[in-house]
Design a protein around this ligand. Sequence first.
Ligand code: ATP
Length: 598
Amino acid sequence: MPFKYLVETLDRLEKISARTQMTVILVNLFKETPPEIIDKVVYLMQGKLGPDWKDIPNFGVSEKFLVKAVSLAYKKPEKEIDALYKQLGDLGIVAETLTSNAGGSQVAGLMSWIGQQEKRELTVIEVYNTLYRVALAQGEGSRDIKIRLISGLLSEAEPLEARYIIRIIEGRLRLGVGDATVLDALAIAFGEGVQDRPVVERAYNLRADLGHIAKICASQGVKVLSDVKPEVGIPIRPMLAERLNDPVEILRKIGGDGLVEYKYDGERGQIHKKGSEVYIYSRRLENITHMYPDVRELAQKFIKAREAIVEGEIVAIDPETMELRPFQELMRRKRKHDIHIAMKEVPVAVFLFDLLYVDGEDLTVKTLPERRKVLESIVENDQNWTIATYIRTSDPDKFMNFFMKAVSEGAEGVMAKAVHGNSLYRAGARGWLWIKFKRDYKSEMIDTVDLVAVGGFYGRGRRGGKIGTLLMAAYDPETDSFKTVCKVGSGFTDEDLDKMYSLFEPYIIQHKHPRVDSIMKPDLWFVPAKVAEIIGAELTLSPLHTCCWNKIRSGAGISIRFPRFIRWRDDKAPEDATTMTELVEMYTRQLKKLEEAK
Ligand code: ATP
């Protein structure tokens, strides 16, 4: 197919903005295009060489080098090109003008000079392949290769072709041809008409590669698309959630009862596994495999199927306490250049919540309970690789309790998910089958609190066999007892941890101390004696802690989100610890500040 035909279409598209007109133009283009190259036509039309997730390098050609390439192609000094560029304001138009002035392509000129009438035409495939080579040229000497390839292409181009070659390389081909218009055009060109759009769209949602879908349509017709299944290595467009702020309404919307899961605050990962190969795609379908060699290894090890596509949230964690860490921690991993250092500094865990494909079977057409059942059967749990924490409920109070527990443990909220007969995986769609319930506030804990250690948990990893986490309580003068507020495992130095056991040895007792009120059962109970200063992200409500029980909300106490140890307060007796009244006051002040900020 002549490249000229494609650029004439691009030129026509550039002059219109109505979607219906664009669709008509695309239908004609697609019908004229040989099926074996239609994928390339679709990519080029969008100014690309392939879908974004394919990790094709950028052209890597700065404006300055593009000017060099133009100068080389038209044998004009760079200064002259610069001046023309300033005058015309568009390097594409500069190249177009220079080609016209040269009387069409250089080669055409040469051919007519040597007396040949036939003019060589650039083909779509030739241009695509050359541009691909430009993008792939990397490293030493690549700059010259890129310049030579581009100038070679320009010197064979017709004026309009030159304009679009430059625009594609500059990333300025903004014709406004969205995916939706391409899907419409494919349905009309190769199906019965727009009524076939849903089947084309479904296939695209399952295999997010427009060129690939266009090729199937053109070579086999739209009908076969209804049999398209997900394919490992081609990302599936993710299912998205609606948002509501009332548990009663949420449960009603999802059909009375459903799964309520922790909504983790990390990065969504769509993990594809085929034998020993693993690919990870982000929420926006970028290939993020290189960011997570540890997740790749977990998937290789713990997915017990030959081929599978699972979804989960990748979250920063404290490997010794397995506590969730805030989203900002995960971002620290992204900012580091050396992934192996980043992996050590910001360890992650994966919380799986869906299974979309396994060993040839498309699970997106199954209900959520069916998908979860298979998911649980094909994944092995490990410390850093588990199914997302969930309950199944129809009770708004249980829902709310679970939400508070999720937030106090560092999750962002919960996701409620329908489990009825129609609870399929709607790839690429936002709907009421999934509803997110998040804290609609972000507050800050300004003051520190002094809490008493009443119990200890053994750590893992580096902290194996040592006390790694403490159960902390506030003082209730009314009942002269200690009521738990949080577990704290962050903020201790290695030295603190080394000394922890000997520090608490004199206080270890076999049973809960009679003055301690706790729902949690630590590995070791202590006599309330040691006071520590603690800071956290904010005060939250929690059904797991007894401090201020029922004071703010029935069935919940006050807790601290992301608590950190600051120092021991040996100058304080346990009865000098922060009291329940003080915590209620702090919580109310926090709420007030939020109200004021709104
Ligand atoms: P959206 O993704 O809905 O456009 P957003 O980008 O603001 O909005 P969120 O409001 O954070 O995203 O909600 C959706 C995201 O929540 C999912 O894309 C996923 O990354 C994350 N998530 C965390 N836990 C779960 C879970 N258990 N089930 C589904 N998604 C979860």
